[in-house]
Design a binder for this molecule. Structure first.
Ligand code: HEC
Length: 180
């Protein structure tokens, strides 16, 4: 309930900032009208659907095995992906337990249907790491919905925000796919 309030109030504050920047932008002579550009930079980009790039060969077991090591380092690196803040996985030290434990992911959670009732695929896992928001039905993601679930909406958005690159998302996805 607290998180819901926080989300709603941060949306209200964000909305106010946007409106005031629009007003400043429309008045010639207002000092620092460039501030609207800075304000816009802080509005997170909307959810985006991704395709796995052709150089990210996640259907190839050899590619997965090689790339997984890199992904494991990123996963556990607190300054880069920092998945370990919320998830445990092989090689994690002091892992958080906000999100599910991803040990043995491919023989466990991967086989459960997603929130839309769909079967998970390699593309689904890539998308989850890149920008999970498209996978959450509106009834669960809209703070105004009676079925809103904060837990479904707290993972980091990594590719759309530029937090990670395509190659890093590829490596981390390979790591997850290697967790048998
Ligand atoms: C702020 C906490 C947080 C961070 C950081 C985070 N996650 Fe998550 N993650 C979650 C939560 C919570 C869920 C469960 C959401 C749900 O059940 O819908 C989740 C779910 C997942 C799942 C889906 C499991 C499934 O099949 O249902 C995967 C895979 C995953 N995270 C990977 C990652 C990776 C990789 C990173 C780092 C790039 C990461 N997460 C960073 C909180 C986080």
């Amino acid at each position: 309930m607290k998180l819901k309030k926080l989300l709603v109030s941060s949306m209200v504050v964000g909305g106010l900032a946007f409106v005031s920047s629009a007003v400043a932008g429309s008045c010639p002579g207002v000092e620092y009208s460039d501030a609207s550009k800075i304000v816009k930079k802080d509005i997170p980009p909307g959810p985006r659907l991704y395709a796995v790039p052709s150089n990210c060969k996640l259907d190839n077991p050899k590619f997965i095995a090689k790339k997984a090591k890199e992904g494991q380092k990123l996963f556990n690196n607190k300054k880069i992906a920092n998945c370990v803040a919320c998830h445990n996985a092989p090689g994690s030290i002091n892992a958080g337990n906000v999100g599910p434990d991803l040990t043995g992911y491919m023989s466990g959670l991967f086989n459960a249907k997603d929130l839309r009732g769909q079967k998970k695929t390699i593309d689904w896992v890539f998308q989850r790491v890149a920008d999970y928001r498209v996978q959450v039905p509106k009834k669960y993601s809209d703070p105004k919905s009676p079925e809103f679930v904060p837990y479904y909406n707290i993972m980091t958005v990594n590719l759309t925000t530029g937090k990670l690159t395509y190659d890093q998302v590829c490596a981390i996805t390979a790591f997850l796919l290697s967790l048998k």
